[in-house]
Design a protein around this ligand. Structure first.
Ligand code: 8IG
Length: 275
């Protein structure tokens, strides 16, 4: 490790301390990362007791993606009274700064005390049954980035990376939810149709540019993980049409009521409110 660079775990502890002092909330129980299409989905969780531009907290970079909100929020969850940290700004691997900024939010969440990490994203769907706007539970993943946030002989078990009991809770809230296997590409180009056929042959049903590295870091930190993808477009070559950004935006808007309720009610149940 280069001694002139801050240790990423130390930086996360500094960030957690800064959040505690700025928010007046000494610890959080659960944290969420809001991906493409999910920016309004945390609004039903409860009362926002603190909100700040993420760049005011050590280690957070300004979001590079339009549609991502660069804010951190502390929410008191309706029903359970639990404390949720909402991370509206995500750093992607394709920004070129390596894996540490990508997983800084997750490590900071763990350092605030959060034991559960909810990771959301917008992604391409390989199963043609998933129309744009369909939320899908992530059951497993393929890290196709050729990198990892872990360093050293750190043989983290990722057999049940996405905690089965948390998927059960989400399905209690929305019994129509399907499960998928998320494959993270580096991006920032979308896949070619041949790459989508490869992903399918490898067992993936969802393709995106986030989440897998964050899930690995969350499990390294000992957290339980719930992953929910919003299929905002059919993956390249599946529908026969070109990928359109308008389709992505529209899918997020159409899905807003379903995914907002799903997120709020699932978090309420995870954090202990009776059903
Ligand atoms: I929104 O089709 C969104 N993000 N890799 N492929 C990849 N990332 C995505 C896609 C997609 N749609």
């Amino acid at each position: 490790m280069n001694e002139t660079l801050p240790d990423p775990h130390l930086l996360a502890r500094e960030a957690a301390a800064a959040i505690a002092s700025a928010s007046g909330v000494p610890a959080h129980d659960l944290a969420l990362v809001l991906g493409s299409g999910w920016s309004g989905a945390a609004d039903l969780l409860g009362e926002t007791v603190w909100q700040a531009d993420a760049t005011t907290i050590p280690g957070f970079r300004a979001p590079a993606v339009p549609g991502h909100v660069g804010t951190l929020r502390s929410i008191r969850v309706d029903g359970s009274g639990a404390r949720a940290l909402v991370i509206g700004s995500r750093t992607h691997l394709y920004e070129g700064a390596g894996t540490d900024p990508v997983v800084h939010g997750v490590r900071t969440a763990a350092a605030t005390g959060a034991r559960t990490m909810v990771l959301t994203n917008g992604c391409g769907g390989i199963d043609p049954a998933w129309a744009p706007g369909t939320p899908v539970l992530i059951a497993d993943q393929i890290n196709f980035t050729a990198t990892t946030p872990l360093v050293g002989a750190n043989f983290v078990d990722v057999t049940d990376l996405y905690t089965p009991a948390l998927r059960d809770i989400a399905r209690e809230v929305d019994p129509g939810l399907d499960e998928g296997v998320y494959m993270q590409f580096r991006g920032p180009s979308y896949e070619t149709p041949a790459e989508v056929r490869m992903a399918k042959a490898m067992g993936a049903t969802l393709v995106g540019m986030s989440t897998a590295l964050e899930a690995i870091a969350a499990r390294e930190a000992g957290m339980d993980i719930l992953g929910i993808s919003l299929v905002t477009n059919l993956a390249a070559g599946i529908s026969g049409e070109a990928l359109s950004h308008e389709e992505v935006i529209a899918a997020g808007q159409d899905a807003a009521p379903r995914i907002s309720r799903l997120l709020a009610e699932t978090v309420r149940r995870i954090t202990g409110a009776s059903a």
